[in-house]
Design a protein around this ligand. Sequence first.
Ligand code: PGA
Length: 245
Amino acid sequence: MRKPIIIGNWKMFKTSDETVSFLNAVDGACQQLEVEAGVAVPFVNLGLAKQHAKNLIIAAQNCHFEDQGAFTGEISVDMLQDLGITHVVIGHSERREMFNETDETVNKKMLKLLAKGLTPILCCGESLGQYENNETAMVVKTQIQKAFKGVNLEDAKTVIIAYEPIWAIGTGKTATAQIAQDVCAIIRQEIANIYDEVVANTIRIQYGGSVKPENIKELLAQPDIDGALVGGASLDPTSFLGLVK
Ligand code: PGA
């Protein structure tokens, strides 16, 4: 049985004061949830967020794939681990589109995180043009194949995949539950092709893209959707609690 996992992706939102007031409002209410829940916080507030979160997972939104070096502005996995961070989002479409993230760098980050014992939240998903050209299956399969290159079977089971159609991110256009389910099933089948049925049945696949308290139930009711990666609707405490409860 796969435990659902809901992660709020805060992107470049919330100052330190706003981070603390969100966690003071939300964390205590997140004891004994039926799902795992957390928020992916900007680097600068990760340490503070960890201090104020007893129940929520505090995730990073990115990392570098080298241990250390002359990489101005970058953050290593050891630095995240020092703060007690256990989950890191990699390959988000905004990083792929705006910050030169590629399947190759995503793969390097995946391997580094797994080698250090952290859980990657690996994002994949197609653009509107690719969706309209019926290229979704090919695009996500290629992203999955490249991201998992060199990942062993035991480590693969621990990865969380987030399927996020780019046309549904921040646009208010959610993929229908059926579209989301169909693509998540394709992703699970691809994991079975690369590894085996056990890995495919163990790995958790989130859907992301305009998830809200009003549509999360139908999305999570789908057999291959095991959670959500939520941007806009994760910023407000009431909305976040509406998602996880
Ligand atoms: P959204 O963002 O929920 O605001 O569409 C999702 C994401 O980018 O992870």
